[in-house]
Design a protein around this ligand. Structure first.
Ligand code: GRF
Length: 203
């Protein structure tokens, strides 16, 4: 059983998918900690409902990125976490924590990386850009986190069609449904020890 921390900032539907798949046994793991960068994130309610330990850590209370990440790292270390899952977490982590947990931090991104990723590419902006560029397909990617935004090795991807009358919201919903399947699959792979080869792949 791996011990998982999930970092969130918003609604937490991906957190919910991870909770459900741990409970069903699809993921051989347990979510032992949920950290939110925002006190009002609905994701916190989802965690509390499942009696998962939660912690709000707001950026504004820390001098810089490193101090903020150190505070997160203290909580994670105290809970003896094996895997950190970023699920709609909107703050950049410092190189320090990324190094300490190398190949043990995952993120989900609502596009087919390396396209439509990087700084400022989050939330509805991603889907607006995909539609603006007339893409026929978009999708979602689960990847390991390195020091650049949306850049580390991809673990899994799912392609999703873009339809003629799509609005950014409609496309976001279609992709989100797939995210809820893809993220648990990637975490399951980690729990089964299948991620190491991916992180060692040379670019
Ligand atoms: C998802 O689209 C995810 O890909 C992105 O942020 C969104 C989070 O949604 N990183 P939720 O909070 O899991 O519902």
């Amino acid at each position: 059983m791996i011990r998982i921390a999930v970092l969130v900032s918003g609604g937490g539907t991906n957190l919910q998918a991870l909770i459900d798949n741990c409970k069903s046994g699809f993921i051989q793991g347990k979510i032992v900690l949920v950290i939110s960068s925002r006190p009002q994130a609905y994701a916190l309610k989802r965690a509390e409902k499942e009696n998962i330990h939660t912690k709000v850590i707001e950026k504004k209370h820390y001098g810089n990125e490193k101090e903020y990440s150190d505070a997160i790292q203290r909580e994670i270390r105290a809970k003896k976490v094996d895997l950190i899952c970023l699920a709609g977490f909107l703050v950049k982590l410092s190189p320090n924590i990324i190094k300490t947990y190398e190949s043990r931090i995952m993120n989900i991104h609502p596009a087919l990386l390396p396209s439509f990723g990087g700084k400022g590419m989050y939330g509805i902006k991603v889907h607006e850009e995909v539609l603006k560029r007339g893409q026929k397909y978009s999708g979602c990617s689960v990847h390991l986190v390195d020091e650049e935004y949306d850049h580390g090795p991809v673990i899994l991807q799912k392609k999703v069609p873009v339809k003629k009358d799509d609005t950014p919201q409609i496309l976001a919903e279609r992709i989100l449904k797939e995210e809820h399947k893809l993220y648990p699959q990637a975490v399951r792979m980690f729990a089964l020890g299948k991620i190491k080869q991916i992180s060692k792949r040379k670019s």
